[in-house]
Design a protein around this ligand. Structure first.
Ligand code: CA
Length: 186
């Protein structure tokens, strides 16, 4: 199974979704950035365009103005955020925020969570990327290639912890490589 089939583990279905609903609506500037980084050996680490489409919709639903990102691999998500928030909105590292996107070092997701959950406004969102780690979260460890095992283990621990965090409401969306969407409840 290849990393670029995403979480659906089906090349045909992934292609169908991308070609029918995502690519025709993707802003030209995002497409250019994606094309420019497609040949990068770690290109699969970037934000998947179907996940990006969901993120853009959520930013607009939330009318997010203050956003923060941890881990900017190709800048796709940062550019997408800039295109999706109002003109008076801005990415910021100060104070509280409406929306956070975390695509940083997977082993540190829980540390990010502890810090971010205190700074996101009540009703605001934190999204964690790659939380299904190529689908390997459901595999037996011996079937997982050795270089992926460490992060898989961190992901399993993180997913369990976040599922029992009463400060937030969650939904694991099976787009891209798995998007855990958290809303601060109180
Ligand atoms: Ca990612």
């Amino acid at each position: 199974m290849s990393a670029n089939t995403g979480i659906l583990q089906s090349e045909k279905l992934t292609e169908y979704i991308l070609e029918t609903s995502v690519f025709p609506r993707e802003p030209k500037i995002l497409k250019e950035l994606r094309d420019a980084t497609a040949s990068h050996p770690w290109g699969f680490m970037g934000t998947a365009p179907d996940a990006g489409q969901l993120m853009a919709l959520l930013l607009k639903l939330l009318n997010a103005k203050k956003t923060i990102e941890a881990g900017v691999f190709t800048g796709y998500s940062l550019l997408l955020t800039a295109l999706s928030i109002p003109d008076d909105g801005k990415p910021s590292n100060e104070g509280t925020f409406d929306f956070a996107f975390v695509d940083a070092d997977k082993r540190n997701y829980w540390n990010y969570h502890e810090r971010l959950v205190k700074r996101v406004k009540i009703g605001g969102l934190i999204i964690y990327d790659n939380t299904l780690w190529g689908g390997t979260v459901s595999w037996s460890e011996e079937d997982v290639p050795a270089p992926k095992r460490g992060v898989r283990q961190s992901t399993l621990t993180f997913n369990k912890a976040i599922a029992s965090d009463s400060r937030i409401e969650i939904s694991v969306a099976s787009v891209g490589d798995g998007f855990t969407i958290c809303r601060r409840a109180h």
